[in-house]
Design a protein around this ligand. Structure first.
Ligand code: P53
Length: 481
């Protein structure tokens, strides 16, 4: 029995990773130090530390990743066997501009991606590329304050232009900033650092700093769209939004209003990048908070002229919120305002599992932004066990994918959502972004390595490999578990 629905011809089934989480080779080929290179190993409930440069005696899991930098021919061969039509990864900014403020790019870094993309294209796999996936050069953080500084827009523009020119014949789909709205959780220093290169002090206003940095990123992203189209009008440049729809806990009108404000707050990033202007509520919000942002008329014109060609998004989970007693502004504080949803289950890391939320989110974004969508991350982080015969049985992952893909197919076939492709996250095991662990695994391909970087680095197929292979081969029709 095949309960799935065939996807339209040319649908891009793929897999997704990010340079710093799998490449390793952190100081090879002239690469500079990135934010990810100064983040230590954390664990479930234990935050990763950020050190002031690379220090002796610390564990930096992104220094080794899963060694894709050396093993990519072997890995891409496995991706081809899986049947991938596309491969989403990022270009490590620090391989191209090691410090970020050079005027000339590093040829060895450019060559690495040329070779790696050629290896993909050899098998008919098209690379889908994120320019900045949580890893700006650490030098830009230290010397310029990351995106708190308007000057960093120029450095990003140069990086983007170099990449578009060099790879325009190999890469059609691009994204500018990974999960640009992750920083709505601005009370946590990590999203601010990963998204915007911000390192703030106790006395800074972190929320205001987030709005300012995000603004400069919107301008940089809008520039990138325009630069790409000038170089080659057929290039498609998308945004990348972390889509966790926020539900009201109950049908109490105040809960509904709270959830509405939460959606406005988490997704104004998408409004700006897809519609080309700031939503009405936000200027009132800034005024009430007394925020004074550097936003010029030229910036707003750029934002309007550089709306994205499509909306790339990640989907792992939904959120739920409720209003506090007596609340009147319904201000959303992501760090403190989320509650548990009694109707859904959670992963071992507490991420709520909600397949229907994916369909809901796809409908919501389509009606609001009217752009093609691209699911560029979706997946289930779990503990896996390598058996004595080198098999890995991961029915939980198959079931997660089954349920989400089915909802995705309904959104396309029943609701008319225009969807470019689907690239599950970490189809090969890699370093977790939030915890730095190896044992929070997403892959269909197992990598034999532990949290400290010990292991044979051998690759093994999990049960989900054969399952996803069949899904792709039937273009989404055969989802039988
Ligand atoms: P890890 C938070 C919430 C949703 C997605 O995450 C997130 C995050 C930040 O960790 O990140 C994306 O590895 C991100 C990837 C990341 C993946 O989700 O923390 O784009 O880099 O690895 C999964 O389990």
């Amino acid at each position: 029995m095949s309960e799935g629905i065939k996807m339209p011809k040319g649908f891009l089934w793929g897999g997704a990773v990010a340079a710093h989480q799998l490449e390793g080779g952190w100081n090879e080929g002239g690469k500079g130090v990135s934010i990810a290179d100064v983040m230590t190993a954390g664990a479930k409930g234990v935050a990763r530390k950020v050190t002031d440069g690379v220090e002796d005696g610390q564990i930096y899991p992104n220094h080794w990743g899963n060694d894709f930098y050396h093993k990519y021919p072997e890995d891409i061969k496995l991706f081809a066997e899986l049947g991938l039509k596309c491969f989403r990864t990022s270009i490590a900014w620090t391989r191209i501009f090691p410090n970020g403020d050079e005027t000339e790019p590093n040829e060895a870094g450019l060559k690495f991606y040329d070779d790696m993309f050629d290896e993909c294209l050899k098998y008919g796999i098209q690379p889908v590329i994120t320019l900045s996936h949580f890893e700006m050069p650490y030098h830009l953080v230290k010397e310029y304050g990351g995106f708190s500084n308007r000057k960093v827009i120029e450095f990003f523009d140069r990086f983007a232009e170099v990449c578009f020119r060099r790879y325009k014949d190999k890469v059609k789909y691009w994204m500018t900033f990974n999960e640009i709205n992750n920083q709505t959780d601005w009370r946590d220093p990590h999203p601010l650092l990963q998204d915007s290169g911000l390192q703030l002090g106790k006395d800074d206003n972190w929320e205001e700093a987030m709005f300012q940095a995000a603004h400069y990123e919107f301008v940089a992203s809008a520039h990138a769209v325009q630069i790409a189209h000038k170089i080659d009008p057929s290039l498609k440049v998308g945004s990348m939004i972390a889509m966790c729809p926020v539900y009201p806990l109950t049908s109490k009108p105040t809960d509904i209003m709270k959830a509405e404000r939460a959606m406005q707050y988490r997704y104004y990033f998408g409004d700006v990048q897809a519609l080309g202007f700031y939503p009405e509520w936000i200027t009132k919000y800034w005024a009430r908070k007394g925020y004074n942002l550097d936003i010029t008329a030229a910036d707003l014109a750029d934002i309007k002229a550089g709306t994205v060609d499509y909306v790339g998004f990640s989907y792992y989970m939904s959120f739920t919120t409720k209003a506090k007693d007596g609340e009147t502004h319904f201000d959303y504080d992501e760090h403190n305002d989320l509650v548990s949803n009694p109707y859904v289950e959670k992963s071992d890391w507490g991420w709520q599992i909600d397949p229907v939320g994916l369909r809901y989110a796809m409908n919501w974004m389509t009606t609001r932004w009217h752009k093609p969508l691209f699911i560029v991350e979706n997946g289930f982080g779990a503990y896996d066990k390598l058996e004595d015969d080198n098999s890995i049985h991961d029915p939980y992952r198959i079931s997660y994918f089954h349920d989400h893909i089915l909802q995705m197919e309904k959104a396309v076939h029943e609701d008319g959502v225009d969807l470019i492709g689907y690239t599950p996250w970490g189809h090969i095991d890699l370093i977790s972004a939030s915890t730095g662990e190896m044992k929070k695994r997403y892959g269909m391909i197992y990598v034999d390595q532990d949290d400290e970087g010990n292991g044979s680095l051998k690759r093994y197929k999990k049960d989900s490999f054969a399952w996803y292979k069949k899904v792709i081969a039937s273009n989404g029709e055969d989802l039988t578990e």
